[in-house]
Write a protein of this length. Structure first.
Length: 113
């Protein structure tokens, strides 16, 4: 899907442009007010641009555009859902911590059990 939108001058002397995103685009893309978007493309020469939602790490706040992000998520039987979006550094830390905890808990297990 694509939309043709017109950028408007911010009219504050900064030279910035304002791009108003219509509700149907926001809904189709799954974006909500407050999301941070990355812009790719050549806006200065009238070319097509691509907007991608930037996922910020819930722990350290780092952007995840270059590396992608990991998700630690629970969907409990009572319908409650909770989760964290994590940058690579925080995800690796969480995984290493859980693996270390597993190793400690099973340190004296007999092999093959
Ligand atoms: Zn992080």
């Amino acid at each position: 899907m694509s939309w043709k939108l017109t950028c408007q001058d911010a009219a504050d002397g900064s030279g910035d442009l304002v791009l108003e995103l219509p509700d149907d685009l926001m809904q189709a893309a799954g974006w909500k007010v407050g999301d941070v978007l990355e812009l790719e493309g050549d806006l200065a020469h009238g070319g097509a641009i691509q907007l991608k939602k930037t996922v910020l790490c819930d722990v350290c706040g780092a952007g995840t555009v270059e590396t992608g992000h990991g998700v630690l998520e629970a969907r409990w039987r009572d319908g409650e859902c909770e989760g964290l979006c994590l940058c690579k550094v925080c995800f690796d830390y969480a995984m290493a911590t859980l693996r270390r905890e597993h190793d400690v808990r099973h340190l004296f297990d007999e092999e093959g059990q």
